[in-house]
Design a protein around this ligand. Structure first.
Ligand SMILES: Nc1nc2c(ncn2[C@@H]2O[C@H](COP(=O)(O)OP(=O)(O)OP(=O)(O)O)[C@@H](O)[C@H]2O)c(=O)[nH]1
Ligand SMILES: [Mg+2]
Length: 359
C-alpha cells in the first residue's frame, strides 16, 4: 500500500514526511525528487500482545509513504502541472492532499494566498481535468477498436466509461460515483486520479489552533463527501517534538491542546480511507501485525502470510483481540469458549489473532 503526499509547493509535505518517517528535518535534501519511506503503523494492540508473549521479535504493519515535490509556478506566475508530477501522483493507492494554513512570511505560498479550501479546489479541479481527458481518450479508442475487432469484452466497457464521463463532466470526483466490484476492477487498471481514496491534511501553525474547527468545517463543506477524511496537523511543532521522549511529547501536546499526533492520525485515516484493517500472529519467536482489506476471508488472510498457506489452508484458529487480552492464554480462551476453529470463508475481524492450520 502506498500513499502519496500531494500539494502545492511549501505546504509542509516533506516536513510531514519526516515526522512520519521519524527523521530530522532536511527540507532541502529532496527538492525536485520524490522520495519514498516505509513507515511503521503504530498499533497499541501489538504492544499489549508483546507484553503478554515477550517474543524475540515484534513486527509492525507498514505502509509506504511517497513524498512528491509540490506544484510550483512557472515564469508566467501560474501553477504548472507537469506530466512527471501526474505520473508520480498516479502511482499511489491513496492520495493525501497536504494544504497550508500556517502563516510564515519567509515561506512563500505559490499563489500568495493562505486559503486551504482554494488549494484543495485547485488540486481537485486539476485531477478532474486529467480524468476527463483520460476518459474521453479512452472512449474514442475503444469505439475505434470495437469497430475493427467486434471485441465483446471491450464493447461492454463503453457504458461504464460513459457513466464515468457523465459524472466527471458534472465536475464530480469519481470516488463519489456508485460503482460495483466488477466495474471497479475494470477501472483499477486506469489509475484515475479522482477515484483514488483521499485524505486531506491541513497544516496549521500553533498560533492558529483556535481556527482549526472553522477551517475543518469549510473544507468539509467544500468536499462534501463523508468518505474523505479531513485532518488537522501541526507540521513544524510536531517535528520539533519528534526528538523528545514519548512522555515529554505527550505532555507538550496536551499543553498545546493537540489530542493525537499527526503520525497516528494520518496512519489511521489512511487505513480507513483504504478500507484496511489488521490481524495478528503471535508466538515465542515473533508477534506480528499484518495488513489486510476489510472483508478478507481467513483464507485470503492466510495468503498474505504465505501463498502456501493460502493453497494448503485447512482451518484458522481464531481469538478476537479483546477476548485474548481478557484471558491472556490460549488455554484460558478455550475454557471460556472464545477460541474458535474457523473455515476458509470466515470473515476476519479487525484485531483477530490467527493461527493458520495448513497441510
Ligand atoms: N512556520 C511554519 N513553517 C513551516 C510549517 N510547516 C512547514 N514549514 C516550513 O515551510 C517550508 C517548506 O516546508 P516543506 O515541508 O519542505 O514543504 P513541501 O510541501 O515539502 O515543499 P515542496 O517539496 O517544495 O513542495 C520549510 O522551511 C518548513 O520548515 C509550519 O507549520 N509552520
Ligand atoms: Mg518537499
Amino acid at each position: 500500500m502506498q500513499i502519496g503526499l500531494v500539494g502545492l509547493q511549501y505546504s509542509g509535505k516533506t516536513t510531514l514526511f519526516n515526522i512520519l518517517s521519524g527523521k530530522e528535518n532536511e527540507p532541502n535534501a529532496a527538492i525536485d525528487k520524490a522520495s519514498i519511506e516505509v513507515v511503521k503503523v503504530p498499533d497499541e494492540r501489538l504492544n499489549v500482545l508483546t507484553e503478554i508473549f515477550n517474543p524475540k521479535k515484534e513486527v509492525h504493519a507498514t505502509i509506504e509513504v511517497y513524498d512528491i515535490p509540490g506544484l510550483r509556478t512557472g515564469d508566467d506566475g501560474k501553477l504548472r502541472i507537469t506530466n512527471s508530477f501526474l505520473s508520480e501522483v498516479k502511482n499511489n493507492d491513496a492520495l493525501f492532499y497536504v494544504v497550508r494554513q500556517f502563516k510564515e512570511d519567509s515561506v512563500l505560498h505559490p499563489m500568495n494566498k493562505i486559503e486551504p479550501t482554494e488549494d484543495i479546489s485547485f488540486l481537485e479541479n486539476e485531477f478532474l481535468f486529467y480524468d476527463l481527458a483520460f476518459l474521453e481518450n479512452r472512449i474514442d479508442k475503444i469505439k475505434r477498436e470495437v469497430m475493427k475487432t467486434k471485441d465483446d469484452k471491450l464493447k461492454r466497457e463503453i457504458p461504464l466509461i460513459e457513466k464515468c464521463l457523465h459524472h466527471v463532466e458534472k465536475e464530480k470526483p469519481l470516488r463519489t460515483l456508485e460503482l460495483d466490484d466488477a466495474e471497479l476492477k475494470i477501472l483499477s487498471g486506469y489509475q484515475l486520479l479522482t477515484l483514488k481514496p483521499l485524505v486531506i491534511a491541513i497544516n496549521f501553525d500553533d498560533e492558529s489552533i483556535d481556527k482549526v474547527d472553522e477551517e475543518l468545517k469549510k473544507a468539509k463543506e467544500l468536499v462534501n463527501d463523508e468518505n474523505v477524511k479531513i485532518i488537522p496537523f501541526f507540521a513544524k511543532l510536531e517535528l520539533e517534538l519528534t526528538n523528545l521522549t514519548d512522555e515529554d511529547r505527550k505532555m507538550f501536546m496536551e499543553d498545546y491542546g493537540i489530542k493525537e499526533s499527526a503520525l497516528s492520525k494520518i496512519l489511521k485515516a489512511s487505513y480507513e480511507a483504504l478500507g484496511l484493517q489488521s490481524f495478528f500472529t503471535v508466538g515465542e519467536d515473533e508477534n506480528r501485525a499484518w495488513t489486510i482489506k476489510k472483508n478478507y476471508t481467513a483464507q485470503d488472510a492466510a495468503g498474505v502470510i504465505h501463498t502456501d498457506f493460502y493453497n494448503k489452508f485447512i482451518r484458522a484458529e481464531v481469538v478476537g483481540y479483546e477476548d485474548f487480552v481478557t484471558h491472556k492464554t490460549f488455554a484460558k480462551c478455550k475454557e471460556a469458549g472464545v477460541w474458535k476453529l474457523e473455515g476458509k470463508e470466515y470473515i476476519v475481524q479487525d484485531g483477530d489473532i490467527l493461527n493458520i492450520r495448513h497441510s
